[in-house]
Ligand binder design. Structure first.
Ligand code: FES
Length: 137
């Protein structure tokens, strides 16, 4: 199992105690990055979250990827995961949308034929593939 985690700055990292604890396990690969860090404040990886993907060790045939973050990052992650052999049915996306009613009535969270509030927020990629990357979706 690999956990790839990115934040804007070291101060934005959540669950730092848990990350340190998990780093001690032999069955979990933990990779953390920040987009930017003040000089001298961070000794870890600097770069966007997607830059960690080449470091992840996994057997594509036996892998499911769970992706959460800004949509542009998810699009790059999907492309990298597909390049590394994952099928569209092996990738799960946590979608975010502005919500109002949260019960599937107002349409604010509509994404293609799905409502993020009542059908998600987690979707398998093959269900959203035709709509990701389409402007205004
Ligand atoms: S928030 Fe109203 S339909 Fe989802």
């Amino acid at each position: 199992m690999a956990l790839l985690y990115g934040a804007r700055t070291p101060a934005d990292l959540l669950y730092t105690r848990e990350l340190e604890r998990w780093r001690g396990r032999f069955d979990v690969q933990i990779e953390v990055t920040v987009d930017a860090a003040p000089p001298g404040s961070w000794r870890g990886h600097v770069g966007v979250a997607g830059s960690l993907l080449p470091r992840a060790e996994f057997d594509a045939a036996n892998t499911a990827a769970l992706v959460c973050g800004p949509e542009v990052m998810m699009r790059f992650a999907i492309a990298d995961l597909r390049h590394r052999g994952l099928g569209p049915d092996q990738i799960y996306l946590s979608m975010e949308r502005n919500m109002r009613c949260a019960i599937g009535l107002c349409g604010h969270c509509q994404f293609g034929p799905a409502f993020v509030c009542k059908d998600g927020p987690v979707f398998r990629y093959d269900r959203l593939e035709p709509f990701l990357g389409v402007r205004e979706f």
